[in-house]
Design a protein around this ligand. Structure first.
Ligand code: TYD
Length: 138
């Protein structure tokens, strides 16, 4: 099964321009508790490099483009986000990296939980270890 889960967001736009509306629990599998966005990203700077123990997110490139790498510890896939009407769903315990931000990129993220540093796994080998521990206890 692919790690890349893209959700089509309805474009309610008309001749006046685009409009996308996202309602938590209606359009998403989670209630939105936090919204943050990345903008003015420094060129050639990659971001992310972490996983979350308990956090679902929907990432939408509302302007410009960037590449996401998702990794579940077994496989790694890349997807380019370049449309305000496509959301990338990122589940718990997925390592993510964001690369190749265009200078005009605005990456908006809808999150299922408030910010909590203890929910982060920022070391890739810790991530792989947590994955194999979870497998052992199943
Ligand atoms: P970080 O998650 O490391 O950014 P990225 O994954 O995009 O590389 O966050 C950068 C800093 O901002 C870090 O000190 C934590 C802080 N932060 C918050 O305070 N609240 C938030 O919602 C987010 C996403 C980050």
């Amino acid at each position: 099964m692919s790690l890349i889960k893209l959700i089509d967001l309805p474009d309610l736009g008309d001749e006046r321009g685009g409009l996308v509306s996202i309602e938590g629990t209606v359009d998403l599998s989670f209630e939105i508790k936090r919204v943050y966005f990345l903008y003015n990203t420094t060129s050639n700077c990659a971001r992310g490099y972490h996983a979350h123990k308990n956090l679902k997110q929907l990432a939408i490139c509302v302007n410009g483009q960037c590449d996401f790498i998702l990794d579940d510890g077994n496989s790694r896939e890349t997807v380019k986000l370049s449309s305000p009407t496509k959301g990338l769903l990122i589940e718990n315990m997925i390592w993510r990296e964001m690369h190749n931000f265009s200078h005009d990129c605005v990456l908006m993220v809808l999150a299922s939980e408030l910010y909590n540093e203890s929910d982060y796994i920022r070391d890739y080998s810790d991530f792989l270890n947590s994955k194999s521990c979870n497998k052992d206890t199943k």
